[in-house]
Write a protein that binds this ligand. Structure first.
Ligand SMILES: [Zn+2]
Length: 322
């Protein structure tokens, strides 16, 4: 019962977004070994993050609105991470759950969380909402927030490395957080959240109040199992006085639902990067700007997260996979 009461309190605080759209049919999900996606390494400069904003001109209207059935295997191969893990479709009903997590070297105060939300979280959500509308996404917003500041004991026992490439990605964040809240493990907590929110897909975002390189651990295997997926987002990027955290949040969230990096963090796709730089230079999966409103969400990115089934021209270029 400790668990149950704890969560009622937690959820009472509220903060996350529920997005829904027409279309149901979740595809079979998958598997296992989480993988780490690097974060948009290109921090930015640009104007100023004005607190919450609302509307904003959208960038690339879809060329086509009539979705074609997503059955073409060649087309599906172009979005290998769609419909995997627990976060399957931004076009399906889901809930975002935000954890403002303390660890051994950082913690959040209520004031800091409020400031973070105004500066970074809401603009990120606004960006996704605005971009989604362009593709006919019907977006509802609702929030669920859990914070160490309010929920005594919620913490990561240990230190979350600010550089997953050096310290390893903290794949145990959901488990450790869950245990600190009285659950058995991350899955136990996840199932609870599903029941509580009434949505199958719960996207978990863990925020750390210190500089670091954000990342997403997502499912990448098509063996039919669901893998717990989540994003780890640091308050700022190391070494930069200004932070592109809004764009980072949107970028990582999109990873959870299938989007890929275009900036070639591992040196595997130099030609894709060059293509993206020439054709979709402001795409959120290529670069993260200080002011997320300067970013765009291209048809390629919309395709990878299932907002459209129309394969964009840029992905038909042979260089896309090189
Ligand atoms: Zn990334």
């Amino acid at each position: 019962m400790k668990k149950f009461l704890g969560f009622l309190l937690i959820l009472a605080v509220a903060a996350v977004a529920v997005w829904s759209a027409r279309e149901g049919g979740p595809a079979a999900t998958e598997p296992a070994v989480p993988e780490t996606t690097a974060e948009a390494a290109v921090p930015e400069t640009t104007a100023e993050v004005t607190v919450p904003e609302t509307t904003e001109p959208t960038t690339q209207p879809p060329t086509e609105t009539v979705p074609t059935p997503p059955t073409d295997p060649e087309a599906e191969a172009l979005r290998p991470f769609l419909n995997l893990g627990v976060c399957r479709g931004l076009d399906e009903e889901h809930t975002f759950v935000l954890f403002f997590l303390d660890d051994g070297t950082s913690n959040w105060s209520g004031e800091e969380i409020a400031a973070f939300n105004g500066l970074y979280l809401y603009p990120a959500m606004d960006f996704l909402q605005t971009q989604g509308e362009t593709w006919g996404m019907e977006v509802n917003r609702e929030f669920f927030t859990y914070s160490s500041d309010v929920h005594e004991g919620m913490a990561y026992s240990g230190v979350v490395s600010p550089n997953f490439q050096e310290g390893g990605a903290a794949a145990d964040i959901p488990d450790k957080t869950a245990v600190s809240l009285g659950f058995d493990d991350g899955w136990d907590m996840y199932r609870y959240l599903q029941d509580f929110t009434g949505t199958d897909q719960v996207a978990m975002l863990f925020f750390l109040n210190k500089p670091g390189r954000s990342y997403t651990i997502r499912d990448q295997h098509r063996d039919g199992r669901e893998e717990l997926e989540f994003s780890v987002i640091f308050e700022s990027y190391p070494g930069f006085s200004t932070s592109a955290t809004s764009a980072t949040i949107a970028h990582e969230l999109l990873h959870l639902f299938g989007a890929e990096d275009y900036y070639d963090p591992y040196g595997d796709y130099p030609r894709r990067k060059a293509l993206a730089e020439s054709q979709i230079p402001d795409d959120i999966m290529l670069v993260t700007y200080y002011n997320v409103k300067d970013n765009t969400l291209s048809q390629a990115t919309a395709f990878t997260v299932g907002w459209t089934d129309q394969v964009p021209e840029i992905m038909e270029n042979p260089d896309w996979n090189r």
